[in-house]
Design a protein around this ligand. Sequence first.
Ligand code: PGA
Length: 238
Amino acid sequence: MTLRVEVFASADWADRVAGRLAERIAADPSMRLCLPTGSTPLPVYERLPALLRERDVSTAEATVVLLDEYLGLPAGHPARCDATLRRALLDRFDAAPAFVRFEVDELDPAAACQAFSAALDRIGGLDLVLLGLGTNGHLGMNEPGSPVDAPTRPVELAPETASAARGYGADPPPTRGVTFGMGPIMAAPEVWLLATGERKAAVLQRALNGPIDPDCPASYLRLHPNAAILADDDAARA
Ligand code: PGA
């Protein structure tokens, strides 16, 4: 159980990560992929559709699963995670992949989590989970305090998580969300944690070298049998 850390020059990071993801999808076009929102993956998403087009790889048979969602924002709100992922990536593919997300408009939060987990069971689980690293060490909306076996569930957001929604006009920002749980993240066969920029340097060091405990859910990945951190050199600088 070693957490692999791969560091790329900042100028190359997005090309390298997008290239690696395109390779994976080319090797298994029906792959089931959990994807985050947030600013970190945006340059990867920017590049991915063209890379797949160049290789003549279709995403028609793929399944994209959304990592988490805010509660309290209406359908179509630009700050919603589903809207953000559609805009940044899904709408730019030539062929729409299947999209599993939290049905927070139709169901109450607990039922939306159950339906999400049932949908994952129906597709037979995930092949790969991509995550961003919160400045507070969260993964998805598994905030500090989350146990390693936390299920997919409704959560209260840490203030710094909530304020990320402000940039898309959610003001006041949502205070609650639903997230793919820490437990099922740990059970996924492969996890890539993306981390870029100086503002992630301290938390990345904490995740790698501090105690493995609920104060920093990202530290749990050191217990995962097949997890990698894909960082740029600004985030990896100790
Ligand atoms: P960021 O957020 O990619 O916008 O830095 C990551 C996260 O908080 O999960």
